[in-house]
Design a protein around this ligand. Structure first.
Ligand SMILES: [Zn+2]
Length: 275
């Protein structure tokens, strides 16, 4: 629950006579906290989530239902951002959130609106038979912790990784939703094909050997030896938190009987459960 300051902020020496009227009913404001997989790491200094381990959210209400059923927002792919914006107690630009934190927030919003149970259809990875399953949004959520042991944190909350072979430091940053969108541009117009690998490498690079000039970085990305680029992306993967829904899957098909952990993607009924 939020603070109750306002409720107790009455004036003791109020001399104007009070006309007794019945106050119309209002729903109590309900909030809850969600733990951030990033634990506040990797955000630029001064960012509202810098150093924050959790964030406070309003419970979903009919207002958020409008956002979820808006065809306009669905078309523009802005639905989740607007939903989070609407539920945050302290507002800020939601495109600057890291992906894992965004997903953790979405899981919590879903929980406040429709409960912990998430019924969905999953497909057996071996025989492809579809099975209905029920997941628990608290127990079946797996968070990957970040590993900062290979890097040095800088004053601006980026990370320095030492490339032994060349004896240089490479500075990396954790991507926000906005960054991801920027590097995920699809087909390069000049080249005629996707450049996902270099785009991602470029997106995470802040400086190389202390030089952060944009044109220099744009250029050096193209020259990066694959083996070193892969090393960097692996280091980045250890720095970036992740969160996923995972269940222990047992296949119904007797001829298959596959058993193993299975990641469950969020499908359309995550926010639109059958009522
Ligand atoms: Zn199967």
């Amino acid at each position: 629950m939020r603070n109750n300051e306002e409720r107790f902020n009455f004036q003791e020496n109020n001399e104007t006579p009070q006309i007794e009227t019945k106050k119309p009913f209002e729903f109590p404001v309900q909030t809850d906290f969600v733990e951030l997989p990033s634990e506040g790491n990797g955000y630029p200094q001064g960012h509202p989530l810098d150093g924050k381990e959790k964030v406070e959210l309003f419970y979903m209400s009919a207002n958020e239902e409008d956002i979820l059923t808006s065809e306009t927002l669905a078309k523009e792919n802005l639905m989740f951002e607007r939903l989070i914006e609407s539920c945050l107690v302290e507002k800020f630009d939601t495109s600057t959130i890291q992906q894992a934190d965004r997903d953790a927030i979405l899981f919590k919003i879903r929980e406040t609106g429709f409960g912990r149970e998430y019924k969905t259809k999953v497909q057996c990875p071996k025989c492809l038979k579809v099975k209905e399953m029920s997941l628990d949004l608290q127990k079946d959520v797996k968070v990957k912790n970040i590993n900062l042991s290979k890097v040095l944190k800088t004053e601006r909350n980026t990370y320095l990784y030492h490339l032994e072979k060349y004896d240089i430091d490479v500075e990396l940053k954790i991507l926000s939703i906005k960054d991801i969108r920027k590097y995920d541009r699809g087909v390069d117009e000049k080249l005629g094909y996707e450049t996902k690998f270099t785009d991602k490498l470029r997106a995470i690079l802040v400086s190389v050997d202390d030089c952060g000039v944009l044109s220099y970085l744009d250029n050096i990305v193209k020259q990066f030896p694959t083996i070193d680029a892969i090393e960097l992306l692996q280091v980045y993967n250890e720095l970036e938190p992740s969160i996923r829904l995972e269940c222990e899957f047992v296949c119904d098909n007797k001829e298959c009987s596959y058993r193993g952990p299975l990641e469950v993607p969020l499908d359309t009924n995550f926010f639109w459960p059958e009522l």
